[in-house]
Write a protein that binds this ligand. Structure first.
Ligand SMILES: NC(=O)C1=CN([C@@H]2O[C@H](COP(=O)(O)OP(=O)(O)OC[C@H]3O[C@@H](n4cnc5c(N)ncnc54)[C@H](OP(=O)(O)O)[C@@H]3O)[C@@H](O)[C@H]2O)C=CC1
Ligand SMILES: O=C1O[C@H](COP(=O)(O)O)[C@@H](O)[C@H](O)[C@H]1O
Length: 507
């Protein structure tokens, strides 16, 4: 039987994009499943002067895709309350407190409070200090703070922000969201690694040649040009989502699958990632910016032409790079990463490329593979999205005479039925927070180390006076991203652009 969770949510930024696209539908799913039942209430707050009725109508609109019944809508939306509030105005917190205390009593919420900061990070410090000083945090129940990314703009701003927040909340009360950690297949990385002897036994430099991680998006920056001009792909994706995935792949096995044990191993892995000098950063990381392009009849504008983007912008919409992990397990194994907007197709996947066999015992029989290098390496691919599952490429014998080897694939994909019913990342993470489980949130130690790693790369690029390389929209990035691997004798395993070039009009 589903356990009912009891809490008051206060959503700062309740009129914003994130709240409407992700938070309200996720809360509704939790309501539908019975994780939220009777003893919950939601205060949405922002500067706009909305009434409760208007707010509830907005919330209803965000749920259309979930096909709610009228009864469900009436019941769920009845738990929503709106409070106009400027987060910089101290007096407004008193009104907020009065409403919070009233709802606590009306719904018997036992003082359990979740504060969701779905707002620009510049407001985080002021909100948390007011929550404490105006006594909106309770003495009786739990008080938890969910914070959205970006957590700072570099190590120093993140540290300052962290200090401000920590004056009001302790680390155990802070849930820093990285929505990739709520994705089914990102969580599955640990299951694949630690639930299968055949992989964990080989998960090291003796058997793995290189690791490739791709976070590709087909969309451009859309309405977020203003934000993106300050962030770029390095801070938007590498500092958080990509490094989180690297740490899950690189960490040692935890003694038990607990929040503390996993965190300890992830932090150790992040600490082992080499922090480059600026010169090394230039050698190991490359960037690019999308220019115009075409896929079939669809034409795309360049990044520089996007709304709120400077016409001479040098901001990267694509990053590819190589991490070195300086420990016994990974010494000499490159972890290649790439991420970008306006790439050929949306897809997040990990390829673990195993070392080639040391010698080809079939060399006299197999015309196609006369030496060991020509036998294809085994590749374990973890498909994170949009398709979810994993595959393992092996070599088998071609049917018939002789002993020609040919690659075969063991392939597992979740059915659309399973995935249709699987909880969305935000839903899972909100439920984790309700349950006090911080496993899939980022700890300050991880955030801090991730900033240390990317800050050098940013500094190196900021000093570079060469114009940023560009790539045509709908391709897989600039030439330098391919050269990065080629120079090491490797190639990207996933090549959606080649497939499109053969089957579509790509220019
Ligand atoms: N949208 C997304 O998909 C994602 C967003 N994020 C992060 O989530 C956070 C919110 O993003 P998003 O929803 O897109 O941003 P929006 O700009 O859509 O929303 C910002 C919210 O803040 C409110 N607000 C602004 N200033 C004040 C103020 N002084 N006092 C009270 N409320 C204020 C706005 O309402 P009003 O104008 O009425 O005051 C609005 O509700 C950001 O940190 C972003 O980086 C992270 C990942 C994805
Ligand atoms: O955090 C972010 O993630 C999205 C990509 O998330 P996904 O779940 O759709 O893969 C990205 O578009 C955005 O720029 C970034 O801020």
């Amino acid at each position: 039987m589903t356990k009912e969770n009891i809490a008051l949510f206060t959503i700062f930024g309740g009129t914003g994009d994130l709240a409407k696209r992700k938070l309200y539908p996720s809360l509704f799913r939790l309501f539908r499943k019975g994780n939220l039942k009777k003893h919950f209430a939601i205060i949405g707050t922002a500067r706009r002067d909305w009434t409760d009725e208007y707010y509830r109508e907005i919330v209803k609109e965000t749920l259309v895709d979930l096909d709610p019944t009228e009864k469900e809508l009436a019941e769920f939306c009845g738990h929503f309350y709106y409070q106009a509030h400027n987060v910089t105005d101290t007096e407004h917190y008193d009104t907020l407190k009065t409403l919070a205390d009233k709802l606590d009593e009306d719904y018997q919420l036992q003082g359990n409070r979740i504060f969701y900061l779905a707002m620009a990070p510049q407001f985080f410090g002021t909100i948390t200090s007011h929550l404490a000083s105006q006594e909106i945090v309770t003495e009786t129940g739990f008080n938890r703070l969910i914070i959205e990314k970006p957590f700072g703009n570099d190590f120093y701003s993140a540290e300052k922000l962290n200090k401000e927040i920590r004056e009001a909340f302790n680390e155990e009360q802070i849930y820093r969201i990285d929505h990739y950690l709520g994705k089914e297949m990102v969580q599955n990385i640990s299951a694949i690694r630690f639930g299968n002897t055949i992989f964990e036994a080989l998960w090291n430099k003796n058997y793995i040649d290189n690791v490739q991680i791709t976070f590709a998006e087909s969309i451009g920056v859309e309405e977020r040009g203003g934000y993106y001009e300050k962030s770029g792909a390095l801070k938007d994706m590498i500092q958080n989502h990509v490094l989180q995935v690297v740490s899950l792949l690189a960490m040692d096995e935890p003694s038990v699958f607990s929040q503390e044990a996993i965190l300890a191993e992830k932090v150790k892995a992040l600490n082992a990632i080499r922090i480059y000098t600026e010169e090394e950063a230039r050698q190991n990381f490359v960037r690019g910016q999308y220019r115009e392009g075409q896929l079939d009849s669809q034409k795309f504008i360049s990044y520089k032409e996007e709304h709120n983007v400077h016409e001479d912008s040098q901001i990267e919409t694509f990053v590819a790079g190589k991490f070195h992990i300086d420990n016994f397990r990974w010494e000499g194994v490159p972890f290649y990463v790439r991420t970008g907007k306006r790439l050929t197709e949306k897809g997040t996947r990990i390829s673990i490329v195993f070392k080639p066999v040391p010698v080809n015992v079939f060399r006299e029989q197999d015309q196609k593979a006369p030496d060991a290098e020509t036998i294809q390496s085994n590749v374990l691919t973890i498909y994170i999205q949009p398709t979810e599952g994993f595959s393992l490429s092996l070599n088998g014998k071609e049917v018939g005479q002789g002993f020609n080897l040919h690659p075969v694939k063991l392939d597992f994909r979740h059915s659309s039925e399973t995935m249709g019913n699987s909880p969305e990342a935000y839903e899972k993470l909100i439920l984790d927070c309700l349950n006090g489980d911080g496993t899939n949130f980022t700890h300050w130690d991880e955030v801090a180390q991730s900033w240390r790693i990317v800050d050098v790369i940013r500094r190196a690029w900021d000093k570079d006076s060469d114009p940023i390389p560009t790539y045509p929209s709908a391709t897989m990035g600039p030439k330098c991203a391919f050269d990065l691997l080629k120079n090491d004798g490797f190639d990207w395993i996933w090549k959606p652009d080649e497939w499109y070039r053969d089957n579509h009009k790509l220019s």
